[in-house]
Every structure is written in C-alpha cells, then in structure tokens.
Design a protein around this ligand. Structure first.
Ligand code: DL6
Length: 818
C-alpha cells in the first residue's frame, strides 16, 4: 500500500448498492429489513469513506515521498458541521448514492439528517479552521490539522421559560463513522514535576521530570478536496490515562480511587470550553492546550518526519500556524524538544523555532488576550516557564539594544506581565516567536498593529500582515444553496466552485429580468426549505410575504444583539402606540441564533430578553402579520446552512473596531442577502466590493468611536435626547415584556444607561434611520434583487481558497503537491 496507488471501489449505482449492503451486513451486523435509520446512516458513511480511502492513502504517500513543505494548523477548535454531504460532494457521488439508496427504498435526505454534527468549536474561529482545511485539501496543499477530540462539543442549547439552559452535546453517542483511531501512535504527555540539570559529556543540559502523564490517542479524519483526488488529514487527540486503573486498589474495594487517575486524565479532552472572545484562565484549559500541542509536535517530529531528518531543515518542511493564542505553548515545547531531547544548541534551536511558527490573532478585545499566571505555568509546565523566561530575557536585551534603557517600553513589551499578577502574555510570546503575525481583516490588522501591538510593529518591521478571512464555497454555497448553485452553474459554468472570483461573470445578469425572476424564485424556495426545517425542529415558520431579517452569531455584548432588540421594540411600539398603521409597516420576521457562554450572565440575560420580546410580539394581535420574532435554539452549522440562504437581510452590527472580521457576514452576502452593518471587521471590505448602493451602512466609524470614548461617553445623554430611544428603553424597563415585572430586565437597562461599553445607544438613531431605508428599499423588489445578485457576484473574494493563497504568498510559502 505504501508504494502502489490504491484502486477505489466502483462508482456505479450497482457497485455502490453492493458496498452499502456489505457495510450494513458486516459493519452494522443487520439486514436491510432490520436496520434502523442510524444503522443505514453509519453504513452509508462507511461506504462513502471507502471511496475516499484510496485517495487518502495516495495523498499521504505522495506527501511523504515528496517531502515538500506543509502546514500544521494548530487549533483548539474545529467547527466542522456535518460530514456526509461534503464527502459526497467531494467524490461526486451524490447522484449515485441517491439512486442506489432509492432502489432500496431509502431516502438520502433522511440519512443526512441523522448525522450529529461535531460541534468542536464555539463560533467563527473554529469554523474558520474548518474552512481553511477544506480549502487546502482542495488546492492540494499538504496540511495536517491538529486539535482536540472533545468528547462533548459546544453545549446543546435549549430554552426553558425563555432562558438558556445548556445540555451536554454527546455527539459520539450514536457512533462516529468518520474517525480512525490510531492507538499505536499514542504519545505520552507529561505535566508538573520539576526540572534538573545534568552533565552530558561535558555539556550541562536540562531535563524535565514530569510528575504525571497522560496518553494522547490520535483520531484521524479525512479532509477531502473537492473533486481533486486529494484527501488531507485532521488529527484530533483524545486523552486517556496511562494506566486505566489501579488493580491493587480496585481489589481492595476502593473502586472510585482505583479509577481516579483515569477520570483525571480523561477530563482533559472531555469537553470544549464554551467560551468565545473571553478566555477562561483555568488550569484545565491550559492542560488542554499543552496536551494537544505537545502531542502534535511530537507526532510531527517523531512520526511524520522521516527517520534521520535533519532538524535544521525543519523550516523548509513545516510551518505551525497558531490559530489564536490557544496553541502558543507550542513555542516553548518545540524549543524543549530541540534543546532538551534533540540536544541542539539553544541559539540554533531558537533560530529554527522562529521560522516554524506563525500567529493569527482573532480579536481586539483586551480581555480576550490570553495570559497564564506564572504560578500556574510553573506548577504545570516548569520547563516551559524556564524557556519562556529565557526567550523573554533575550528578547528584552534586543529591545534594549534597539531602543536603549527605556524602562516603560521594556515593561510594556515584556512577555511577562507584572501587574496585577505575574503572568505570561501569550500574544506577546506568539509575536516574538512567530515569523509572521496576521490579523483577519484589513481593519483588524491595522488596529492590531496600531493599537494592540504597536511596540512590536515598530520593533519588527514587516512582521505584521493581513489575511482577510474567507469561507468555503463548497459548504456555504454549493451544498447549502443547491438551487442558487445550479442557476450559477447554468449561467457561468462550474468553475466558480474552486475559483469564486468567477462569480463576477454574474454581474451583467443583475440587469436581466428573467435572471432576476429566477434568482428571486430561488430565494422564495430557500425560505420554504428553511421553514420546513424550522417547523420540524421548533414548530414555527416564517410567513410567506415577510422580509427575513437574520442575526446569527455568538451572543456577545460587542456584537450588539441589544441594538437589534431595540429596533424590534421600536417597530412594535410604533404600531401598538398607533404612531404608524400596522398596514404601513414592512412585514418582517426576525430570526436570531445565538449561544451565550454558560458563565456570561449578561449575555444570558440578553437571550432572555430576546425571547421575552419575541413571546410578547408574536402573541400580540395588533402586530400580527407584520412582525414576528423567531429564536430557534441551538444554532449550529447545520442550521446555518438552511437559514443563511433564506435570508434577505444580514445583521452585522458590532461596534466599529470590535469584530475582528466576521465570517457570517461573508456567507450571507454570498447567498444574496443584503447587509446592514457598521464599518467593522470584514464588513468594510464587503461594502467596498459590493458598492455603497448595495449595502446599508450605519453607525460610527472606528475613529469616531475612539473620539467619543476620549471625550467621555455618557449613554444617558443619548437616552435623554432621543425620544424614540427613550420609549424603547422605557418599554423594556416597564415590564412590558416580563409580565409587568420591572426587575427582570433591570440589569440590562441599567447597564445600557450607565455603562454601555459597546455604545448601543450612541448608534441607535443611525441604526433606526438605516433600517427605515431598508424598508423602503425592500419595497422595490426588482431593485432589491438586483442588489442581491450583485452581492453574490462581487463577493467571490471571500472564498477561503483566496485566504489560503494569501497565507501561502505572505506567510507559509508552501507549494501544492504534484
Ligand atoms: O477569525 C475568525 C473569527 C472572526 O471572524 C471573528 O470576528 C472573531 O470574533 C473570532 N474571534 C474569536 C476570538 N476567540 N478567541 N480567542 O473567536 O474569530
């Protein structure tokens, strides 16, 4: 197998049926007549796997043979979404499978809905990682994605009395047909203990003596390229105890104690931290980070590289891309491996390490920049702390050399923060060690350089760069929107699926009446399709003639779901107060999707408020047929694929300067929704590309935000001077949405009036005015559809394939494998 190309199974309908029945019989151990939907789904997944297997083996054989430079994408999160549809697309098997299953009386769509998506990520950052590995496979670039196989992914959200309740997400319970465990490639990962020096033939060396260790078991997943015969690998690590249990203690009858170490070890990969943009700073989290990064580096150095590989050539062979600061502990780990294990000279090792890492920052919120207390690090990873200290000493000596003894600057730039507690600034460590540092949209990269890391930008000219995020057109257009994909392909050919800029060729069709009619019919079709899903999972639907206005993303104050709520309350108030006749209001359904981190109290209150406003609005006959608020719980990739193609309006309303990029904004525009948004993150680039006339811009720009901040922001001043705003806030405060209870949302109201960190009140008037323009624009359906088509035609730039080209050109310099 290592040398011969492997033949795949037949791709005829008959061939497929045979393979499928074989899997059902021999894999699941059931006859067709006995089989459940889950049996059939598992058998189908395994059958499709067969079709990918030859390509997978062949891809890794060639990558090994050619030893070209590859990417090791280190990410604590991969928000993959369902696998089956993507695997069928990548192999062009959808029709064969559909026909084959039909001949057995089975509906492919039913089996597809049986799949539980692996929710191994929180939001944008994890989904971005999934898009990137898809693109790299499609472009034939060697890449291993490394991460954690969480037993429980992002929690399943339910609502009880309008409030979020988190349920565990046991995504593995019904079987995990896409994974390949490789226990024989397990790695031992140490923790705690102490370091000691010893004499190694006249050289004093250090070794780390960990106090305890866990085993990291790799689970491989296929990452199929689109119709190109390539399959890359995603390798996720699971933690297990080195000794499952202590038999002596077990025999003595203390069963709990006997398995204590097992439970302790397995906790490391038990559950995803459900935090987004607010890191936890918890010991288990650091354990997770070190666990997966150390296992990945060991795996690469000891198993992936050929025997006898000269580690001085490591930078020509691999780039470890750090997806935010979560994997940054990999920097001292590689140093430890090179210096302590491979006995390399420190300076040589550091020269190599600095070329092997690159760092992507995904935030601007100061509280989201990870720091680890020196106490904790020293206790859990004593050798790594020593290495970090030395890196810092040498770095600060260089700073002194360049800028003199400017103590303030030294303190500002030190990797070790002294106040309020001694801690390691992981973003600084990543910046010092990274060959390149990038932000994820033009504005974000600019602010990163100018505001977050200005000293470093000055010290390292040329180190900072930008790569604007992207989304995979396979999943988010071709799979999610089959009807639009068909129209596009019929109009401009299929090339757009791997060359999304070709969507530009659609531009002239915005003026074609027949094309517009078909485009509009597809939107209507997608709304019906979303309705069928919503009806089945949540029991509600969007009325036929409504504008579909969607805000789906993690719940965070900076994203400003509250601004959206104030808009809804304003529209509601206009009608019920008689200011506007219901008949004059554009019928709209507002769809929210948002999970709040379990420990983020304000975010959970906002979810409560959205649901409460929804309950009141939806039950009020005065606004019936005009306003509707839907909040399907448990928004995830699977739901996104149905809701986004149905949207007319995309809400991207964060305070300028706070959203690093956003990727939902790209998915909506690509699927023909118009955006109402601030000049923030990638919205800026979307607006520039689609044109001002096809984008609803509102709110302060980032410099205006800064100016208001500097002048002293007083939210109450806006409340006092804007009667519309006052009415909306007073209505919430009055208990109108909480059964008359004024206390329920008092914390939300009082936060808005007295703090309002993200300036909801300052942007309110501008938002309402722009929303009124949206209503007017929606009244002209022909023009609206023109704009929607132009949004699709002009947003090909946001393909993650383009992001990958930028990473390759600006950071990685990795060629595709022949
Ligand atoms: O880059 C992916 C994604 C961006 O699109 C979002 O704007 C940004 O909020 C998100 N960042 C995080 C930060 N988490 N941490 N650390 O999730 O990244």
């Amino acid at each position: 197998l290592a040398t011969a190309p492997v033949a795949g199974p037949p791709t005829s309908v008959d061939g497929f049926v045979k393979e499928f029945l074989r899997e059902l019989n021999f894999g699941q151990g059931v006859t067709l007549a006995q089989s459940t939907v889950n049996d059939q789904y598992l058998a189908l997944a395994r059958t499709v796997r067969h079709y990918l297997m030859a390509r997978w083996l062949e891809t890794s054989r060639r990558q090994f043979e050619q030893q070209t430079k590859g990417v090791a994408y280190l990410s604590a999160e991969y928000l993959l979404g369902r696998q089956l549809g993507n695997a069928l697309l990548a192999t062009d098997l959808t029709e064969v499978v559909e026909d084959g299953l039909r001949s057995l009386g089975i509906d492919l769509a039913t089996l597809r809905s049986q799949e539980v998506e692996p929710g191994l990520g929180n939001g944008g950052l994890g989904r971005l990682a999934a898009c990137f590995i898809d693109s790299l496979a499609t472009m034939g670039v060697p890449c291993i994605g490394y991460g954690i196989r969480y037993e429980y992914g992002i929690f399943r959200q339910t609502f009880v009395d309008d409030q979020q309740v988190e349920q565990p997400d046991g995504w593995l319970a019904l079987g995990a047909p896409w994974e390949f465990p490789h226990p024989e490639q397990a790695q031992l990962i140490g923790f705690g203990g102490h370091t000691e020096t010893y004499d190694d033939e006249g050289v004093t060396r250090t070794r780390w003596v960990p106090a305890w260790d866990v085993k990291a078991l790799p689970y491989n997943y296929m990452v199929p390229g689109y119709l190109n015969g390539r399959v890359n690998t995603l390798r996720l690590w699971r933690a297990v105890a080195t000794d499952a249990f202590d038999l002596k203690i077990f025999n003595a009858g203390d069963f709990e104690e006997a398995v204590r170490s097992q439970t302790f070890a397995e906790n490391i990969s038990k559950v995803l931290y459900p935090e987004d943009s607010t890191p936890q700073g918890k010991e288990l989290r650091l354990q997770q980070q070190y666990f997966f990064v150390a296992a990945s580096i060991k795996n690469f150095v000891y198993d992936v590289l050929p025997e006898g590989f000269d580690l001085h050539e490591l930078p020509e062979r691999i780039i470890f891309q750090l997806n935010d600061t979560h994997p940054v502990i990999g920097v001292p780990e590689l140093m430890r491996v090179l210096v302590d294990e491979k006995k390399m000279d420190w300076d040589e090792a550091w020269a190599i390490t600095k070329q092997c890492f690159a760092y992507t920052c995904h935030t601007l919120l100061p509280e989201a920049l990870e720091v680890w207390s020196v106490d904790l690090l020293g206790r859990l990873l004593p050798r790594h702390l020593e290495i970090i200290y030395r890196i810092n000493d040498e770095f600060l000596a260089e700073v002194r050399e360049k800028f003199g003894d400017d103590e303030l600057r030294i303190r500002r730039m030190s990797i070790i923060q002294e106040y309020p507690a001694r801690a390691v600034r992981m973003a600084y460590l990543a910046t010092v060690a990274g060959a390149k540092v990038n932000g994820v949209a033009e504005l974000h990269s600019q602010l990163l350089r100018e505001k977050v890391l200005p000293d470093f930008d000055e010290f390292y000219p040329g180190k900072f760069t930008n790569v604007t995020n992207g989304v995979t057109p396979r999943r988010f257009l071709r799979l999610a929107n089959p009807a639009l994909s068909e129209l596009i392909t019929e109009t401009i050919g299929v090339g757009w699926i791997t060359d999304l800029e070709r969507l530009r060729e659609l531009e002239p069709y915005a003026e074609d009446e027949e094309f517009r009619a078909r485009f509009a019919a597809i939107k209507a079709h997608n709304k019906r399709r979303a309705n069928a899903v919503l009806l089945e999972r949540d029991g509600f639907t969007v009325p036929d003639d409504h504008m579909v206005d969607v805000m789906v993303k993690r719940l965070h104050e900076y994203k400003r779901q509250l601004l959206k709520v104030l808009h809804i309350v304003t529209l509601y108030d206009r009608i019920v107060s008689g200011e506007v006749a219901a008949a004059d209001v554009t019928p709209r359904t507002f769809i929210f999707g948002a999970k709040a981190a379990a420990g983020y109290a304000m975010a959970k209150r906002i979810i409560h408020l959205i649901n409460a406003v929804g309950s009141t609005v939806n039950a009020d006959p005065r606004v019936e047929g005009r306003l509707k608020v839907l909040f399907p719980p448990n928004y995830n990739v699977t739901l996104a694929e149905k809701v986004i193609p149905a949207a007319d309006l995309s809400e991207q309303i964060s305070l300028a300067g706070k959203e690093a990029s956003g990727t939902g904004n790209m998915k909506f525009a690509l699927n023909g929704a118009l955006t109402i948004g601030t000049d923030d993150g990638a919205n800026v680039e979307i607006r520039e590309l689609v044109g001002d006339e096809n984008f609803f811009l509102f709110g302060m720009s980032e410099p205006e935000v800064q100016a208001l901040q500097d002048a002293g922001y007083r939210p109450s001043a806006f409340y006092e001077s804007d009667p519309t705003l006052r009415r909306a806030i007073d209505l919430i405060a009055s208990g109108a949405f909480s059964g008359g209870d004024r206390s329920t949302f008092e914390p939300v109201v009082s936060n808005l009036l007295h703090q309002d960190r993200f300036m909801v009140l300052a942007d309110f008037a501008s938002y309402i005015a722009e929303q009124d323009r949206v209503d007017v624009a929606y009244g002209d359906q022909e023009q609206w559809t023109r704009s929607a088509i132009l949004n699709v035609a002009r947003t090909g730039f946001f393909s993650s394939d383009r992001s990958m080209v930028d990473y390759i050109d600006r950071i990685w310099h990795t060629p595709p494998v022949r």
